[in-house]
Design a binder for this molecule. Structure first.
Ligand code: SF4
Length: 436
């Protein structure tokens, strides 16, 4: 029996780094400390069919081939394409992000990742207003007011409250939850709301008006309306007092804010509210990110190109335009003539228009498991599961980078995302030289 400690969970953006994995003869028999979501992923019980050989589709049938043969086919597809798109990356290591961006630049492609279908409005709001940010460690040690706005961590990030925000004892919060106030603002009574001191149930699509009312009250303005977004003004005034009187407050927001009516303007309002609150006390704000390394993908593309998502590298220099270069736009406009998908299943999760175009163009897919995207692809590369079968770097939702650990070997002969990308890149260079 072997116990590996301090394993980082590669499931959600909380990246809990206190996981213990118990192995017997190289097999995982127990995962300690993780929530159900993380434990299932680490133990490999996700239920999908594991891919065990690179595949090339010929006449509609998959033929098993070597990695080299599949890499040549992938390189040929990229060489022939005039407007390829690279997409995915939320669930792979930062080293693979870097490798994929280098290849995308070489191939003159669009490079996009998950925010274009989820937290993109948050990223755009942050670009406009700026972010009063801090780490989850600071929140654990200092925060006495936690606000969850349009998000439900008890179901999406199950250990968020117990590890970072609500229940743990901190350096300046020795009594743990007894010294903290939790407020949930949402359109429905969620599992997270059950644990809150205050639950404020706003009307659907009422976020912008509600936040604007809070800002007006904080600035000492009189409101003409008696009820805003379904909430009596006295209750909004009480919340403004709670916020002003906190010593160290934080707002976590989710897609319930960023993707409802108003989108990045909602985020803009929440960030502005936090800026206003800093005239009274210390206040911070953080998007609650879903996939475990979507923050990493955003960091890596930003250090390389200066832009956070939806980046076009087609003209030899980076251009940024979410409305034009996001995966959904490029596919629904039928512009892309090849797709390169890493650690994502856009075919299984996209609108019909996007799916239809995926079916019309050559698709290259890297994934540990069979998915609707790998089934539709022309070239498929099996890969290890980062953070379980291979190492790498991941960025927690507060942009703190953590080292993912390898806890067991992957299936025999299976490469990592980074190794596959590197192989395709080398083949691409060789073929390009030959062609010229
Ligand atoms: S909260 Fe997220 S990172 Fe932590 S154990 Fe659960 S799934 Fe893993």
């Amino acid at each position: 029996m072997k116990v590996i400690k301090d394993v980082v969970c590669p499931f959600c953006g909380s990246l809990c780094d206190d996981i213990e994995v118990v192995l017997d003869k190289g097999k995982i028999i127990e995962v300690k400390n993780a929530c159900q979501l993380g434990a299932v992923k680490i133990a490999g019980n996700e239920g999908g069919k594991r891919l065990l050989s690179p595949l090339i589709k010929i006449d509609g049938k998959f033929i098993p081939v070597s990695y080299d043969e599949a890499a040549v086919k992938a390189a040929e597809i990229l060489l022939e394409a005039e407007f390829p798109i690279f997409y995915g990356f939320g669930s792979t290591e930062a080293e693979a992000h870097k490798e994929s961006i280098i290849l995308a630049e070489e191939a003159g492609a669009i490079w996009d990742h998950c925010p274009s279908v989820c937290h993109g409005p948050s990223v755009m709001g942050i670009q406009e207003i700026g972010l009063a940010g801090c780490t989850l460690g600071e929140i654990r040690n200092r925060s006495d007011l936690i606000i969850y706005l349009g998000c439900n961590p008890m179901e999406a990030h199950p250990r968020h409250m117990s590890r970072y925000t609500t229940f743990p004892r901190g350096y300046f919060r020795e009594k743990g939850f007894q010294e903290r106030t939790v407020v949930v603002i949402d359109i429905r009574f969620t599992e997270t709301a059950k644990l809150a001191n205050h639950f404020i149930q706003i009307e659907p699509d009422g976020d912008f008006e509600f936040i604007s009312a809070l800002r007006a009250i904080l600035r000492g303005r009189e409101l003409r309306e008696k009820v805003i977004s379904g909430i009596p003004v006295e209750k909004i005034q009480q919340l403004a007092e709670i916020m002003k009187n906190a010593k160290h407050g934080v707002i976590f927001f989710g897609l319930g804010l960023a993707t409802t009516k108003g989108k990045y303007r909602n985020v803009d309002a929440a960030l502005s509210l936090v800026r206003d609150l800093n005239e009274h006390t210390k206040f911070y704000v953080m998007p609650l990110r879903g996939h475990y390394n979507v923050t990493g993908a955003q960091n890596v593309i930003t250090w390389i190109t200066g832009y956070p998502f939806a980046v076009s590298l087609t003209r030899g220099f980076p251009q940024y335009n979410p409305g034009e270069f996001s995966m959904a736009s490029v596919l629904s406009q039928k512009e892309a003539d090849a797709a390169f998908i890493v650690a994502s299943d856009p075919v299984g999760n996209s609108p019909r228009k996007v799916m239809n175009h995926f079916a019309q163009i050559p698709v290259i897919a890297l994934d540990p498991y069979e998915t609707p995207t790998t089934r539709l692809a022309d070239v498929v590369f099996p890969v290890t599961i980062s953070g379980v079968e291979s190492e790498g770097t991941a960025y927690r939702m507060d942009s703190v980078p953590l080292r993912l650990r390898k806890v067991k070997p992957g299936p025999k002969g299976i490469l990592t995302d980074q190794q596959v990308l590197n192989k395709i890149h080398k083949k691409y260079i060789q073929l390009k030289k030959k062609k010229n």
